[in-house]
Write a protein that binds this ligand. Structure first.
Ligand code: HGY
Ligand code: MN
Ligand code: MN
Length: 419
C-alpha cells in the first residue's frame, strides 16, 4: 500500500476525530449513573436504547443493518456475495458501574473505521462488517461471552432457557422481550468470515507506563469462574460457645485470606479475586449458616492456571474443615488461554510500523470476545492505553488522542484486507 494512502486514512481519521468523540460520549450516556459509572446489562432498557442508537449510526453511515437471533448487531459494507469478509467490533454490555470504553470503544472504532473507509474508497473488494456483540461480561446472567459464543456456534440452546438472572428471567425471555428470536440461535452462527479484529482498551497500565501508542495482543489469559458455597449452622449468637460453632462466614474469611496469599505467592500474572459474597440468614445475632462467594482465577499458562485452581480449592476445603462446615464448588466458566492468529498479529504489527505508530506485543490479563472467536475465525486485537490502568470502574479513561492511533491501525488493516 502506498505511503499516500496510509497518511490519507490516518489524516482523515484525525480530521473527523469529533465524530469519534461524539460517538463515545453519546454511547457512554446509555446506562450512565448520576454519580458516574455505567450500568448497561444485556437486554436492559439502557442496553436496548444503546443498541438502537448504534443501529441508527450504522444506517446513517450507509451500512446494511441487521440484528441476529440473540441481538448481535451487524453493519455490513459491501456485498457478502463477493466472498468471505472481515468483521470488527466488541461488546455492548458493561459491568456494574463500569466505564464508557470497555467494549463500547471497540464497536465505535470499527464503525468509524468502516464508515471512513467507505467515505474515502467506496465499495470494498470483500465485505466489511461492524459488530456490536450483545453480551460479554456476565453482569446479568452468570455465563459470559453470549454474543461471541452464538457467532461461533458454541452456545448450547438449553443455556438460553436455563441461565436466569437475579429476578429469575431467562436469557431467552429477556432476548424475546427485545424483539429478538433466540429460538433461531443456529442462524446466528457465522462461517463466512475470513477474520475478526477487536480494538479494546488495555484495562491495565503497561502502555500508559511505557508511553506506547498501541498494543498488539499475542494471547489472552485463561480464566476460571466458580461459585463456592460454605454450609455451616445457624445458631444463637449469644448462647453458642465459640468452640461449638459451625460458622460459614469464618470459614469463608479464612479461605479468602489464603486465596489471596496463594496468588501473591505464585507471582504475576497469576490473579485470584473474590468479587461477590452473600451471607444467610444475614442477621446480627445469628451465627452465619451459609456463605456463597464467587472466585475469578486467571493465568496465561495452562498448567499454572490448573495449579492455581487446585490450590484455591484446597484452601477452601481446609478452611471448611477447620470450621466444621461443608464446602461445595460450582464451575461457572472456564476458558483456556487463547493465542491470537499469527497472520492477523503480523498484519497489525506491520500496519502500526508502516504508520509510525509505536507499539508492543502484549498478553491480555482481561478476557475478551476475541478469545472465543479465535477458536474458529482468524482473530487479532489492538489495545489502546488505559489511564493509570483503571477499568471496570468509573475512573476508566482514555484520552481521544490515545484512541486515534488504534483506530488508524484498525482502518489501515481493514483497508489492506478488503480493498
Ligand atoms: O473479566 C474480564 O476480563 C472481561 O472484562 N469480561
Ligand atoms: Mn470488561
Ligand atoms: Mn471488555
Amino acid at each position: 500500500m502506498t505511503q499516500a494512502v496510509q497518511s490519507e486514512i490516518y489524516n482523515y481519521i484525525k480530521q473527523n476525530e469529533h465524530v469519534i468523540e461524539e460517538y463515545i460520549e453519546k454511547l457512554g450516556s446509555f446506562g450512565r449513573l448520576s454519580e458516574g459509572g455505567i450500568v448497561r446489562p444485556v437486554y436492559s432498557d439502557q442496553w436496548f436504547a444503546a443498541h438502537r442508537q448504534l443501529a441508527d449510526w450504522m444506517a446513517e453511515a450507509g451500512l446494511e443493518v441487521r440484528a441476529d437471533a440473540v441481538g448481535n448487531l451487524w453493519g455490513l459494507h459491501g456485498r457478502k456475495s463477493a466472498g468471505k469478509g472481515y468483521a470488527s467490533g466488541s461488546h455492548l454490555d458493561t459491568v456494574k458501574e463500569g466505564g464508557k470504553y470497555d467494549g463500547g470503544l471497540g464497536i465505535l472504532a470499527a464503525l468509524a473505521a468502516i464508515r471512513f473507509l467507505k467515505e474515502l474508497y467506496g465499495e470494498p473488494r470483500l465485505p466489511l462488517e461492524v459488530v456490536a456483540l450483545c453480551e460479554e461480561e456476565g453482569s446479568r446472567f452468570s455465563k459470559t461471552f453470549l454474543g461471541s459464543r452464538a457467532i461461533t456456534g458454541t452456545l448450547p440452546a438449553e443455556e438460553l432457557d436455563e441461565n436466569r438472572d437475579a429476578e429469575g428471567i431467562s436469557v431467552a425471555e429477556a432476548a424475546r422481550a427485545c424483539g429478538f428470536n433466540p429460538a433461531q440461535l443456529d442462524s446466528a452462527r457465522r462461517t463466512d468470515l475470513a477474520g475478526f479484529i477487536e480494538l479494546h482498551i488495555e484495562q491495565g497500565r503497561l502502555l500508559d507506563d511505557v508511553k506506547l501508542e498501541v498494543g498488539i495482543v499475542q494471547a489472552i489469559t485463561g480464566t476460571r469462574h466458580m461459585t463456592v458455597t460454605f454450609d455451616g449452622q445457624a445458631d444463637h449468637a449469644g448462647t453458642t460457645p465459640m468452640d461449638l460453632r459451625s460458622d460459614a462466614l469464618v470459614a469463608a474469611a479464612q479461605a479468602i485470606t489464603n486465596i489471596n496469599a496463594i496468588a501473591l505467592k505464585m507471582g504475576r500474572p497469576a490473579v485470584a479475586t473474590v468479587g461477590k459474597l452473600s451471607i444467610e440468614p444475614g442477621a446480627t445475632n445469628i451465627v452465619p449458616a451459609r456463605v456463597v462467594m464467587t472466585v475469578d482465577m486467571r493465568h496465561s499458562e495452562p498448567d499454572k492456571k490448573a495449579f492455581l485452581i487446585c490450590q484455591v480449592e484446597q484452601a477452601c476445603r481446609t478452611a471448611a474443615a477447620t470450621q466444621r462446615v461443608e464446602v461445595t464448588f460450582e464451575r461457572e466458566m472456564d476458558r483456556i488461554p487463547a493465542q491470537m492468529s499469527p497472520e492477523i498479529i503480523n498484519l497489525l504489527k506491520a500496519t502500526a510500523d508502516e504508520l509510525g505508530i509505536s507499539n508492543m506485543a502484549m498478553v491480555s490479563g482481561a478476557g475478551h470476545d476475541s478469545q472465543v472467536v479465535v477458536e474458529q475465525i482468524p482473530t487479532g486485537m489492538i489495545f489502546v492505553p488505559s489511564k493509570s490502568g483503571r477499568s471496570h470502574s468509573r475512573a476508566e479513561y482514555t484520552p481521544l488522542d490515545q484512541i486515534l492511533p488504534g483506530i488508524a491501525v484498525l482502518a489501515q488493516a481493514l483497508y489492506k484486507l478488503a480493498y
